[in-house]
Design a protein. Sequence first.
Length: 149
Amino acid sequence: MSIISKNPTAKHNYTIENTIEVGIVLSGTEIKSIRAGKVNLKDSYAILKNGELYVLGMHISPYEHGNIFNKDPLRSRKLLINKKELNRLIGLTKQKGFTLVPISLYFKGNFVKLELGIAKGKKLYDKREDLAKKDAQKQIAINLKNKYR
């Protein structure tokens, strides 16, 4: 498993409750751009539409040698998931107010997979609290390192 891209804002803006691995439908020139690392997950999200799962806002740069075969960089892309998991996601997003956020994009063998997080949005005070905890852990690590020198 080699990671292609991560969503830098996913864990900052959301509390990730659970993750799920889904496949993604791509064209040939999009795969070539992904192999070149020209993909951005920032500001992307997944929605349920007509009983299917789509990712929106994922930017895959056009392949430089693709000419007429290039697709729109921000087009919606269908996600591949089995029916049982899809029904579970539909129930969670409608009842409990969860949202679906892409966390990372990676290769699994020859296939491109998307790690999708089932998440709840954080409030501003939650974000501040997380930053304070992270800063405290950093200070503790620095102090321990200096103490045992």
